[in-house]
Design a protein around this ligand. Structure first.
Ligand code: GSH
Length: 343
């Protein structure tokens, strides 16, 4: 029998739930370990202090190292397990998966963090929820101390992610537009790019697992602007039952439902793209601040090194497309704003 992987994460971590949903869908055996428990402390430290962290067992079933970062982890799983792959053999579809996944991981995470740590209602709720995940038996005094400390630390990081008073309308309207776009898409489709899920679905799922299910203000918005998204999120959490045959189930590029995908690409082109480009420019210029225009409004935040790396993944994957596939991708992205990533 295959030795199970170990997945360290927690319920309030979008990337952890993304990773857990991938493992469930792919029917890869794993053991879920909640961050901050004694079971987690018995494991080796991961290469970077982040969750999710995945432990790959050696031949004796021992976990000797834990590795972080969901996108490369998903790619590593592709090399280890064949069934129920997240990657289409069509390079066009594979490229779109990566682009949409990165939008979710690097942009949608901003509204996610914002709705958790900006509205007073969310903060009060988070303080009474997050500490119990690792410490179910905390008493009331411990709950207060842990909740207050955690909230103070996370609120202190808000500006790093872009959750500031001036950016608030940009992040909030971007989340609402995404709900409306996804709601229409889900009305006619099971997943983003096929009748089977790919990394785009799991990336969106991760952030939405928090936005639509945990924080009260963003949950209310979901029912006002995209009620189908709520059930879709419930579903993607565990797709172990979803039937998949071989490589079947991906849309061909010429049968993509562009009536609902074009608005999604345009939304990505309006938000993620100007931010990612400005961030890259800031990093190259050695500037600490990113300033860009998003749908006519000024957006500011600190430069972020990691997103300088993920934009390179997208560019490399675009550069690796064969000529006919690149032409198809160019046709799909033309006029959405996403093409600016490659100019
Ligand atoms: N790019 C990483 C991001 C992981 C990440 O940012 N994890 C957050 C929790 S969702 C974290 O561990 N933050 C460090 C902390 O809270 O101390 C991935 O895709 O896995």
């Amino acid at each position: 029998m295959q030795q199970p992987l170990t997945l360290v994460g927690t319920y309030g971590s979008p990337y952890s739930l993304k990773m857990r949903a991938v493992l469930r869908y792919r029917q890869i055996p794993f053991k879920w370990v909640i961050q901050g428990t004694k079971e987690e402390r018995a494991l080796p430290r991961p290469n970077v202090a982040l969750i999710p962290a995945v432990g790959f067992p050696n031949d004796d079933g021992e976990i000797t190292e834990l590795i972080v970062d969901s996108t490369p982890l998903i790619a590593r799983l592709e090399t280890l397990y064949a069934p129920r792959s997240l990657v289409s053999s069509d390079p066009v579809i594979a490229f779109l998966q990566l682009l949409i996944e990165d939008y979710a991981d690097e942009w949608l995470t901003k509204p996610m963090y914002h709705y958790r740590w900006y509205p007073e209602e969310s903060v009060e709720r988070a303080k009474r929820m997050l500490p119990f995940w690792p410490g179910l038996h905390l008493n009331d005094a411990q709950l207060k101390r842990v909740g207050d400390d955690f909230a103070a630390r996370q609120i202190g990081r808000r500006a790093l992610v872009g959750s500031t008073e001036t950016n608030a309308p940009i992040l909030e309207s971007s989340y609402i537009r995404l709900l409306e776009i996804l709601d229409k898409h889900i009305e006619g489709n099971d997943f983003l790019l096929g009748t089977r899920p790919g990394s785009a679905d799991f990336g969106l799922f991760g952030q939405l697992s928090q936005l639509v299910c945990i924080e009260p203000p963003s949950t209310r918005l979901c029912f006002d602007h995209g009620p189908r998204v709520y059930s879709w999120v419930n579903r993607v959490d565990d797709l172990s039952w979803w039937p998949v045959e071989g490589d079947a189930g991906w849309y061909a590029a010429n049968e993509l439902p562009m009536d609902t995908l074009a608005p999604l690409l345009a939304e990505i082109g309006d938000t993620y793209v100007p931010f990612m480009l400005a961030n890259k420019r800031a990093l190259e210029a050695g500037s600490e601040e990113v300033v860009c225009e998003i749908r006519g409004a000024e957006y500011r935040q600190g430069a972020f090194k990691y997103q300088g790396t993920t934009i390179s993944w997208i560019r490399d994957s675009y550069a690796a497309l064969d000529n006919p596939s690149r032409k198809v991708v160019d046709g799909l992205l033309d006029g959405t704003g996403c093409e600016k990533l490659f100019n």
